[in-house]
Design a protein around this ligand. Sequence first.
Ligand SMILES: Cc1ncc(C[n+]2csc(CCOP(=O)(O)OP(=O)(O)O)c2C)c(N)n1
Length: 741
Amino acid sequence: MFINNVDQCQWIRQKFETPGIMQFTNAEKRTLLARLVRSTRFEDFLARKWSSEKRFGLEGCEVLIPALKTIIDKSSAAGIDSVIMGMPHRGRLNVLANVVRKDLDQIFCQFDPKLEAADEGSGDVKYHLGMYHERINRETDKNITLSLMANPSHLEAVDPVVQGKAKAEQFYRGDTQGKKVMSILMHGDAAFAGQGVVYETFHLSELPSYTTHGTVHVVVNNQVCYRRFGHNEMDEPMFTQPLMYKQIRRQEHVLKKYSDKLIAEGVVTLQEFEEEVAKYDKICEEAYTSSKDEKILHIRHWLDSPWPDFFTAEGEPKSMSCPPTGLDEEVLQHIGQTASSVPLEDFKIHTGVSRILRGRADLVKKRQMDWALGEYMAFGSLLKDGTHVRLSGQDVERGTFSHRHHVLHDQEVDKRFCVPMNHLWSNQAPYTVCNSSLSEYGVLGFELGFAMASPNALILWEAQFGDFHNTAQCIIDQFISPGQAKWVRNNGIVLLLPHGMEGMGPEHSSARPERFLQMSKDDPDRFPEFSGDFEVQQLYDCNWIVVNCSTPANYCHVLRRQILLPFRKPLIIFTPKSLLRHPDARSSFDDLATDTKFRRLIPDEGPASQSPGQVKRVIFCTGKVYYELAKERKQQNVESDIAIIRLEQISPFPFDLVRAEVEKYSNAELIWCQEEHKNMGYYDYVRPRFLTVVANKKPIWYVGRDPAAAPATGNKSTHLNELKRFMDTAFNLSAFQGRNF
Ligand SMILES: Cc1ncc(C[n+]2csc(CCOP(=O)(O)OP(=O)(O)O)c2C)c(N)n1
């Protein structure tokens, strides 16, 4: 590695090249030996008790444990009191046992195939679970909190997550220099060299809103050390590396070598060494015996990020209801005015921005809001109530579509900025809006980690265009969708994914709703029955919430609901592009009045709803296509014949509200209309659910683009033709006559 910073080079010289720097005192040698005993005998114990179980042991790299413990001792002495760690499979159980100090019986009972799981969800294999533990550091006598983050098999994916959580802890504690909270990342040598997310994580290190002020990286390098067994204990390395493994088998264990050396030096006696070994073996045996008393497995005991004040002592939500998400007129006015002004004096903004702010002021005067103002209302009101809001992603400060402008730039003074959102109230929570590096995998992982630190924060990641989320697919598939099922951990991260077919070509059009919906776990074939609040209970049951809001007010409501809910679920929002400026896509302040709330479904409120028995067709849709449908219906003058209903929350599916609508328009045929291609979008998700609502008695016809391989055409005229064709079908009342379903 090339370092061009002289101070850093000097530091390395002093720490590593000073004569005698590698010499230990006798006390240090004894501590090192004792830690090596634990590290080695732990693996030996597991191998003896469960000889045919995978455990990804540390044999050959046992020094990892004393090395980590030394890093933690030194850090504790330097003032660190919280260490957040991420690591792969190799030696993980050993780290849990001997560094984090997870109770051994809790680890051992994980090997018992007969124990049933106490928690809902899938759970995870023992060498992926996380852990959180507050303890006294023996060397410094100071309190220290150690947490090892749960992670999937996907090597290095946890790196940015750890960094995000470390950054969040630093942020909430006001640890601006990283003197109290630090992270340690462990890597295998092959994964470290090969996985791009390592680079993406490093790349965040110097960005102000992402830096953790330094991270200790430990590479468990079995090219330098070695791996006594194969990849896992069931593998036979001689199949492929016979000569190397012959050599390895001849290697004496490091514990034997080091104990012989210390005995020869007179630092310890043979008897002392044997007593140390016997002492630890006894601890293991006793834990093994008590592990037999465990009747049930609690993943809850393996939480890496507990939120004790948010949940009850049993880890349950404190209620199963959500208050209205509306706001006082005064609050709306105040936020609206701040959003349309420059709070600093002598601050010259760009004329284009000035025009945008004037436009906002005009809207506020009319008690109206566009998308940017709706977002302002959500963020501003949460900040008022003490909730930190953090919006991260590429170009989010300005907004990819230049609609947001949360950071104003003085046109005459270099690097003079102003964030009006931080000038709302004197005692408000801080607002963080930060342009990320050009990364999705790393940055989404980081924000997910950030959202783990506290439930009282709205953490949002915005993709530049929604389809770019697929380069962060591992974070979505491995952490966001199944995180709670695997690790009983709530997370309220919000993904803002710009989506919509605007004739912009195959890229930049689709945020791939079908992928998120396919991973939603609500049952398509069963109408859920709840005794309490349907909306909240359904949200509690789901793995994530997928919405496509058609109005700024509903967007504001859903963001506020995210924080007012008594639990946390990831929220995926398909956000608009052309609707940001569409004159019809506006809301009145009345839509955010105090007693209002998020509308999971927006019924038809026009002539069709006045005489529902006369309505011949009900078109269900979601998102931007609503405006195209409404315009066409008006032009064709069929507003009494055709009802248009917007599904704003797609998943979990609002079965109760859809049923009410279907019953209301009992003589009408049902259509699902989407602008996406048939094998994409929402159709495959909504179809079986509609059929459940109508007990399979009626079809739900499809209107939209034909199936395709690419999400959109690159040709503008094809785009418009497709639109015209499906609009014609949507309003042709005989289109489905005589068809079987
Ligand atoms: C992203 C990803 N790709 C592939 C794998 C499959 N895999 C598991 S361990 C391993 C080898 C890792 O080698 P190294 O990083 O040197 O660690 P070691 O197991 O040798 O300690 C591979 C390829 C994985 N877990 N994650």
